[in-house]
Ligand binder design. Sequence first.
Ligand SMILES: Nc1ncnc2c1ncn2[C@@H]1O[C@H](COP(=O)(O)OP(=O)(O)OP(=O)(O)O)[C@@H](O)[C@H]1O
Length: 262
Amino acid sequence: MAHLVSIDDVDMRYGGAEGTLAVSGLTMRVDKGDFAAVVGPSGCGKSTLMKLVTGLHIPQVGTVIVAGQHVTQPVSIVGMAFQNPTMLPWRTTLENILLPLEIVERHRHRLRANKKEYVEKAEHLLELVGLKGFGEKFPWQLSGGMQQRANLCRALIHEPELLMLDEPFGALDAFTREELWCVIRDLHAAQGVTIVLVTHDLREAAFLADKIFVMSARPGRILKEHRVPFERPRDLEIMYETRFNDLVHQLHGEIAQARATV
Ligand SMILES: Nc1ncnc2c1ncn2[C@@H]1O[C@H](COP(=O)(O)OP(=O)(O)OP(=O)(O)O)[C@@H](O)[C@H]1O
């Protein structure tokens, strides 16, 4: 089967020839339908990896292929969500969710012609993430967790094949974060979207992912790929099981070692 994401021997350096080498010899593959997590020491190049896959950065060495296309510009089949959702305060939540459709040329005409259909789709997504009826509220009327839920809807409105999540729950309290893990788990199951999640939280990676990539310290490359053997659907209770804690412990050890070998 062809991989949805193929990164081959990539080097990415910021700031010219003498600048910071963020990743080097980076190679990884993500298959269609996968839920992949990327973990590693602080500053190892995780966000850089996300930007390479989405075409926000183009590497100096190596290739990035997404859905069979060599990435040379921003990739339209990708949805993205970052740590701090930036919603436009003067637009309602629903209008914020529809925003990507107004920006992307390809969708703009379709939105104009089929507004009702897209509003229904946005309302369906709001329901999926537990925000039914909140579309008419303004972002500042929502809690941080609710804004992050809406942010996920916005990342999914154009039905991306690939959803890239960069520390999306980092700013939330532990309970809200766990609630959102379940939202993401259910979205992955319901929408069949391929997900790549960058996170510092090893429990988050072990709970959500099928594959966990461990990166080295900068310049980042993949040190190890774990297959997560836990059956789906997973319940939060799994986090109290020995096999879950063994995996988290192992990941922790690998990252500690990567940090020590800088
Ligand atoms: N635009 C940039 N210009 C210069 N250097 C950069 C730029 N973006 C990132 N870097 C550097 O590249 C390296 C990797 O950064 P990146 O943000 O990809 O790491 P990260 O693993 O996501 O970090 P963190 O764990 O802190 O979230 C870091 O040393 C960072 O300072």
